[in-house]
Design a protein around this ligand. Structure first.
Ligand SMILES: NC(=O)c1ccc[n+]([C@@H]2O[C@H](COP(=O)([O-])OP(=O)(O)OC[C@H]3O[C@@H](n4cnc5c(N)ncnc54)[C@H](OP(=O)(O)O)[C@@H]3O)[C@@H](O)[C@H]2O)c1
Length: 288
């Protein structure tokens, strides 16, 4: 990390209680930045200031932006049209004096798409300093509270509509590290970062690795698009968002995510974590 921390104002971290946001907030605070974590739940770390922030409640937006010069932007969870609240928020951010925005998007969303693609364009066009993180699928989708984790624990299976398609799964820690650099480096990155792990793997490959570290067979069961959509909806994901996610699975089956990127090593100076390493460290999460 370069540069001094004085006179930069506050870094507002939306999604500050989430997977990337909580890690980014904690690391920036440890590096001496003044950090404000925004979300509906309490902030995870004591050294981070907390502000109540709800995408659905615009009265919480200006107080969160007060004194902020830099902004980490995470979309509202499960929204099929995240641009609707995010574009007006970016206008408020400009007015409030934010100069640098780092947006969390996805490797599956390009800036010519609607939704987060529209937010990507706005960030690039409207702020002098910016970066867009476009991570591949998170390794953490297989741990904690995620549907795949439940399904592994309860049924020894991972269910997707991805066929033999491959994805370069990435550790959220690596995404957070790139995000920290994009927010903290003195020189703005002013680019989109495609962020992947070191190798593209099928869900069958993932199931084989999980089987090995969990000590019992776990399989990949491939279903059709409609069955996947209905399964996600039954798991509590809003219907239109389930449709989007199942559509992404179908694109993976067609090879859309079969690629790796050098960004983690280029930006952070060290290679991204492999799934085998991640799985070995998280084996207890899959044990019954
Ligand atoms: N999972 C993947 O494989 C993957 C891959 C690529 C990109 N992404 C992108 O990563 C982003 C984050 O996904 P995630 O599943 O990892 O979630 P997360 O960041 O772990 O959790 C979502 C965060 O957003 C906050 N939030 C949600 N709804 C909110 C609302 N209405 N108002 C204010 N804050 C709200 C939550 O805080 P509170 O609950 O405290 O409000 C939480 O901090 C998504 O945009 C997703 O498209 C995910």
């Amino acid at each position: 990390m370069t540069g001094d921390m004085a006179g930069r104002g506050t870094v507002l971290v939306t999604g500050g209680t989430g997977k990337t946001g909580s890690r980014i907030a904690a690391r920036l605070a440890a590096a001496g930045f003044q950090v404000r974590a925004a979300g509906r739940r309490p902030a995870p770390a004591r050294e981070v200031e907390r502000v109540r922030f709800d995408w659905d409640d615009p009265s919480t937006h200006n107080p969160a932006l007060d004194g902020a010069h830099r902004l980490y932007l995470v979309a509202p969870a499960g929204a099929h049209d995240p641009a609707a609240p995010m574009l007006p928020f970016l206008r408020r951010a400009r007015k409030a004096g934010v100069r640098r925005v780092v947006l969390l998007s996805s490797s599956a969303i390009s800036e010519t798409d609607g939704g987060l693609g529209e937010v990507h364009r706005a960030v690039r066009e409207q702020f002098p300093e910016w970066a867009v993180l476009q991570p591949s699928w998170f390794m953490q989708n297989f741990t904690g509270d995620h549907l795949h984790a439940h399904s592994i624990r309860a049924h020894d299976e991972i269910v997707t509509a991805t066929g033999d398609g491959r994805v370069a799964f990435v550790d959220v820690e690596d995404i957070a590290e790139v995000g920290v650099r994009a927010l903290a480096d003195e020189r703005p990155h002013n680019t989109a970062h495609l962020i992947t792990g070191p190798e593209a793997l099928s869900y069958g490959d993932v199931a084989a690795t999980v089987s090995r570290v969990a000590g019992r067979p776990v399989r990949h069961r491939c279903v059709a698009f409609a069955a996947m959509r209905d399964r996600l909806t039954a798991g509590g994901i809003p219907e239109r968002f389930s449709e989007l996610l199942a559509g992404m699975d179908r694109a993976i089956a067609g090879g859309s995510e079969d690629r790796t990127s050098p960004v983690v090593e280029r930006v952070t100076g060290r290679p991204p974590r492999s799934f085998a390493d991640f799985a070995a460290a998280h084996a207890p999460t899959w044990q019954r």
